[in-house]
Design a protein around this ligand. Structure first.
Ligand SMILES: NC(=O)C1=CN([C@@H]2O[C@H](COP(=O)(O)OP(=O)(O)OC[C@H]3O[C@@H](n4cnc5c(N)ncnc54)[C@H](OP(=O)(O)O)[C@@H]3O)[C@@H](O)[C@H]2O)C=CC1
Ligand SMILES: CC(=O)[C@@H](O)[C@H](O)COP(=O)(O)O
Ligand SMILES: [Mn+2]
Length: 389
């Protein structure tokens, strides 16, 4: 029988890769609904290509524009708009799976909606795991939802842990691999350009995550993501720089065995894993040719030049609202950097100062998380504005 899937963030890098994988399995999978932030033309094009029954934009003011784009392509796709419509799509019990691939904390309500509806969650949006913390995990368990990580490292860890017993997991150590980003060997980061920070050495991704990889904040977010997705404390999560991005992460067991997942850097592989698990399906990714592979190298991350990685560990240790504050400050600072308002090095500085300034306890609801997120953003923007005066 054909299965159905909804995709949040369908116009983005992950969303397009997911549509590509699905297009190879039209007999088994049908796309039911897709959603994006504001780019209505791209969303309508995606609807035309995948035949979605409904399409939604987060911006409520764009409903008519979306409807016009759909009509212009002769589509009967229903046009929806607004954050509630996106949550309805995320929690749609008529879909067998939902791909959560919005960028940033904007994806948080969608993750909670999917969790509360007990969905099969194909989870790319790491910010929702970072901000949702223990609360999101408890909602996932309470409502019988299941999470299949799409983030490449977490997909690797998921596969390396798949056969582990609870006893084996209890002492397992996660090796989270990190490309090192575009500035791994660059000593002076004071004159980094937007273009340089927006070019990843191995992966083609959205702009925000690409800058996060350049600051190593991406790895910091991934440490927090791994802590919650695998219920493993920070002390047993280690980061290793592996510039070739062939080993996507590894798990070390107490007997000395280390399980790793390898592959070419292509997000269609983790998407296919998440979609089909425990089966495996063709993804379109090239096979890894072990005979012609360059040497694999490893080094320790430099937390002096890239302090955001250490800040993420600290935020995790501090707990409460600290990861929410760090994430919010980072989103604001990255946006300011990409807008040409602050230099690259100020991203970490804005995060550090916001963490010093703003403290919240553990949130009790997604609404409280969003309120903490809003207040942290306000503080980060204040710091940026005062630094520009
Ligand atoms: N790209 C990658 O290879 C990887 C990405 N990830 C994670 O996946 C997520 C998506 O990343 P990526 O695809 O690169 O990002 P992109 O910037 O390429 O795409 C972001 C998507 O989110 C949509 N969007 C924007 N605002 C909202 C909103 N309020 N609600 C719903 N959707 C919204 C955008 O729509 P619009 O086009 O209309 O703006 C777009 O479809 C991030 O959390 C990232 O960290 C994780 C691992 C790898
Ligand atoms: C593809 C993916 O999962 C990204 O998160 C990628 O890992 C970024 O690479 P680095 O953050 O290691 O540079
Ligand atoms: Mn990743």
């Amino acid at each position: 029988m054909t299965k159905t899937v909804n995709i949040l963030g369908a116009t983005g890098s992950i969303g397009r890769s997911a549509l590509d994988v699905l297009s190879r399995h039209r007999g088994e999978w049908r796309v039911r609904a897709i959603a994006s932030g504001s780019r209505v033309r791209e969303l309508a094009e995606a609807a035309a290509a995948c035949g979605a029954e409904a399409a939604a934009v987060a911006d409520p003011a764009l409903k008519d524009a979306l409807a016009a784009e759909l009509r212009a392509r002769g589509l009967a796709t229903e046009a929806l708009a607004g954050p509630e419509a996106l949550c309805t799509i995320a929690g749609d019990r008529g879909a067998d799976a939902v791909v959560l691939a919005a960028s940033g904390a904007a994806g948080l309500p969608q993750a909670f909606a999917a969790a509360r509806a007990g969905r099969r969650m194909l989870l790319a949006n790491k910010e929702s795991v970072v901000c949702g913390g223990a609360l999101l995990q408890s909602e996932i368990r309470r409502h019988g939802a299941s999470v299949f990580p799409v983030d490449s490292e977490h997909s690797a860890i998921f596969q390396c842990l798949a056969a582990a017993t609870p006893g084996q997991r209890a002492s397992a150590v996660i090796w989270l691999t990190c490309s090192g980003g575009p500035f791994r060997t660059r000593l002076d980061l004071s004159n980094v350009t937007i273009e340089e920070a927006s070019t990843h050495p191995r992966w083609k991704m959205g702009r925000k995550i690409t800058v996060d990889s350049a600051t190593l904040m991406n790895k910091g977010l991934e440490v927090i993501e791994a802590r919650w997705l695998f219920d493993i404390p920070a002390e047993r999560i280690r980061v290793v720089v592996h510039p070739e991005s062939v080993i996507h992460s590894a798990v070390a067991y107490c007997d000395g065995a280390v399980m790793a997942e390898l592959g070419v850097p292509d997000m269609r592989t983790p998407i296919a894993v998440a979609l089909a698990w425990p089966q495996r399906i063709e993804s379109g990714a090239q096979p890894l040719d072990l005979l012609h592979m360059k040497p694999l190298t490893f080094e320790a991350p430099d937390t002096q030049r890239f302090p955001l990685l250490a800040m993420a560990y600290e935020a995790l240790r501090e707990g409460g609202g600290a990861p929410i504050v760090l994430n919010a400050a980072n989103e604001v600072a990255v946006e300011a950097f990409l807008g040409g308002r602050i230099p690259f090095l100020s991203i970490a500085e804005v995060c550090r100062r916001t963490l010093e300034q703003v403290h919240f306890g553990s949130p009790d609801s997604p609404e409280e998380i969003l309120e903490d997120d809003r207040r942290a953003r306000e503080a980060a923007r204040g710091l940026i504005d005062s630094s520009l005066r």
